[in-house]
Design a protein around this ligand. Structure first.
Ligand code: I3P
Length: 124
């Protein structure tokens, strides 16, 4: 589609439980350990909340992983897991996350949203 003057607002998503495995931390390989995290896509970050209430800012102290999307790369990675619908985000610092949902529509909705954010975040 054609973007209007000023570009489109980045998409924002939340409310889905995503399976997440951090497989590299700044280039250092991590043991693959899947866990369910509540996703929240902002204009430039993917927040991964351990607890759902954190989405609403209702709960302090819970764990949230912040994935910076500026300069990140996102790709489907069917060969990196026995699970279906797996995609990978590699941040500009070399941290790699695998994300997965059993529902293809959920996985593709997040993939598309994150990809749009990645694409728009380089253009200030
Ligand atoms: C891993 C665990 C992961 C699995 C991974 C295993 O074992 O079973 O769920 O990834 O496979 O190594 P462990 O808990 O002992 O570390 P998938 O679920 O994505 O297949 P992998 O090594 O082939 O990635």
């Amino acid at each position: 589609g054609v973007l209007g003057v000023g570009g489109a607002e980045p998409p924002e998503l939340k409310g889905d439980l995503l399976n997440v495995a951090k497989v590299s931390d700044s280039g250092k390989k991590q043991r693959k350990n899947w866990s369910g995290m509540w996703g929240e896509l902002t204009s430039d970050q993917l927040l991964l909340h351990k607890e759902r209430q954190q989405e609403a800012g209702m709960k302090a102290g819970g764990k949230t992983d912040v994935v910076e999307l500026c300069g990140a790369v996102i790709e489907w990675t069917p060969d990196k897991s026995s699970r279906k619908n797996v995609f990978q985000i590699t941040t500009h610092t070399g941290t790699e996350y695998l994300l997965q949902a059993d529902s293809y529509s959920t996985a593709s909705k997040w993939f598309d949203g994150i990809r749009k954010t990645v694409d728009s975040s380089g253009k200030v």
